[in-house]
Write a protein that binds this ligand. Structure first.
Ligand code: ADP
Ligand code: MG
Length: 506
């Protein structure tokens, strides 16, 4: 369990995330304007009368966005509400020309209800994280403060684009239910899992750098073993995994210090200061905004038929959790399965390398996790699978790693030689592993006669060690193996060497 050491007690963290993902769709949630607001699009060129709330304009719900929300809801193992409503959330800000955001009312069922996803917990075991809800709402525009020295500009291209807000659940009535996030690392894994589910489903690009995924981070602390949840704070609008982890840790330490000095934490909304890695109060509970939610009179309740839900369910691709289960079935452990499903590109690469030989799975996984992942500068799962890209990606292909692994199991090369071939590939040596092995004469010696001859020489040259071995110092076996390997320039098959040595020495 992740804890932070205090003066008199250790503290544990309770974390709740409200994650916004931008829904992929040609047009906006309630208008026909293009939802592609990428930075190359000129400001305010994709804005309809509806988006800027011209009098008399009526919003029309985009059916595709609704289907996207259902798809994501199914990906979150959630209950899809057969009936949900839209409400106006009022506040004034220049990036919100309507003066309100159309969202779904907090007190009533949103389009996506209670669900869960599975992540790798800090203890290395799968952990369920409960989802309370996910609702559809409009995004706001963007203010630009860096265009002019004294003026600010507003770009409404993003105004009205569909967002899906996914909120984690904290079972306050049932504190034994620990299916919530409890550490900065788990928060990151949760967000990555949400991202991969959204991408696998084509629901969102869910890219934090591009702003198509953002999170509000709720944090509270409590002494280890205590059962009550304490007051949390909410840090708004976080757009990087690194900052989110830093904000959680800073905020937890800040709260612990308050408690240790006899104070109380107030339920404030915080901002994160990137350059200092600190949080500070943006508004306190007393200034909490009253959004005066009320049902949007222009929109009917949203009704979804069971047939629609089932039709979408039938089109669901394999999601990361199912991929992990499949890998565990192939004999991988939970940690390996989690690493190999961090992105869909990685799991595709792995699947391509394993091909139709599940017996390879464990070795392929080992090579990928301990070797390829260690060289992110030389290897990119995406390039290798999707394109016949130039450079290393072209050399370390799934097919080449499969060939290398097969060469080891066929005793054509030993582990040490395989590693050398692999390093040559990393360094840009062209050719398949077999070609590289031929070129550099890396063939394993499995001919027992040849190995026996070397062993006999080594045994007669080391009479003293042989004596010691025979009188019980069996640890010396390693010395003999080493000597044989050295004499064969590392080419001997270590298993054969071991076997013959043991026989001859006994
Ligand atoms: P609000 O309506 O004020 O946004 P919610 O009840 O919707 O608050 O909760 C927002 C998020 O905060 C949820 O993910 C929830 O699990 C989390 N949360 C609620 N209470 C706590 C707490 N004591 N500590 C940490 N997180 C909490
Ligand atoms: Mg909320």
């Amino acid at each position: 369990m992740f804890t932070i050491k205090g003066k008199t007690t250790d503290w544990e963290l309770v974390i709740g995330l409200e994650t916004h993902i931008e829904v992929l769709s040609n047009s906006k949630l309630f208008s026909g304007a293009s939802a592609d607001y990428n930075p190359t699009v000129a400001p305010n060129t994709q804005v309809s009368m509806i988006d800027v709330a011209m009098p008399g304009m009526l919003p029309v719900l985009n059916e595709f966005c609704v289907e996207q929300a259902i798809r994501m809801g199914l990906g979150l193992n959630a209950k899809i509400s057969r009936k949900s409503k839209f409400a106006r959330k009022q506040y004034f800000y220049p990036d919100l020309p309507q003066g309100y955001q159309i969202s779904q009312p907090a007190e009533e069922p949103p389009i996506v209800g209670r669900g869960w996803i599975e992540i790798l917990g800090d203890d290395g075991k799968p952990k369920k994280i409960l989802i309370e809800r996910a609702h559809l709402e409009q995004d706001a525009g963007k203010l630009k403060h860096d265009v002019h020295p004294t003026k600010s500009f507003a770009d409404y291209n993003r105004t009205g684009v569909a967002l899906l807000e996914i909120v984690t659940f904290l079972d306050t009535k049932n504190p034994e239910n620990n299916s919530y996030i409890t550490s900065p690392d788990e928060a990151e894994r949760y967000l990555r899992e949400i991202r991969e589910i959204a991408r696998a489903l084509g629901v969102s690009k869910a890219n934090m750098e591009e702003g198509s995924m953002r999170a509000d981070v709720n944090v509270s602390v409590r002494p280890v073993g205590s059962k009550e949840f304490r007051t949390r704070t909410e840090t708004k609008n976080m757009v990087s995994f690194k900052f989110i982890k830093s904000a959680i840790e800073y905020e937890a330490r800040r709260q612990i210090e308050i408690y240790e000095n006899g104070g109380t934490v107030s339920q404030d909304t915080m901002r994160y200061n990137q350059s200092e890695g600190t949080t500070s109060v943006m508004r306190s509970k007393e200034d909490a905004l009253d959004y005066r939610y009320f049902p949007d009179p222009d929109l009917l309740p949203l009704e979804i038929s069971e047939e629609t839900i089932e039709r979408i369910r039938k089109t669901m691709p394999e999601l990361p959790a199912a991929t992990r289960a499949r890998y565990i079935n192939m004999g991988l452990n939970e940690y390996d399965a989690a690493r190999l499903t961090e992105t869909t590109d990685i799991s595709k690469w792995f699947d391509a390398a394993v091909g139709d030989k599940p017996a390879r799975a464990k070795s392929i996984a080992n090579w990928m996790i301990s070797e390829l992942f260690a060289h992110p500068e030389n290897w990119d799962a995406k390039n290798a699978v999707d394109t016949a890209d130039s450079g290393i990606a072209r050399i370390i292909t799934p097919a080449n790693l499969a060939e290398l692994v097969d060469m080891i199991s066929a005793n054509e090369v030993n582990g040490k030689q395989a590693k050398e071939i692999f390093i040559k590939m990393l360094d840009g040596e062209l050719g398949t592993p077999k070609e590289i092995a031929d070129k550099f004469g890396m063939k394993q010696i499995t001919d027992t006669g040849a190995i026996e001859k070397v062993i006999d020489e080594i045994i007669s040259a080391n009479a003293a060690q042989v004596e010691q071995y025979k009188s019980g110092k069996v640890g010396l076996l390693g010395f003999f193996v080493g000597a044989v390997m050295k004499a064969t320039a590392g080419k001997a098959n270590p298993a054969v060497v071991n076997e013959i040595l043991k026989k001859k020495l006994s």
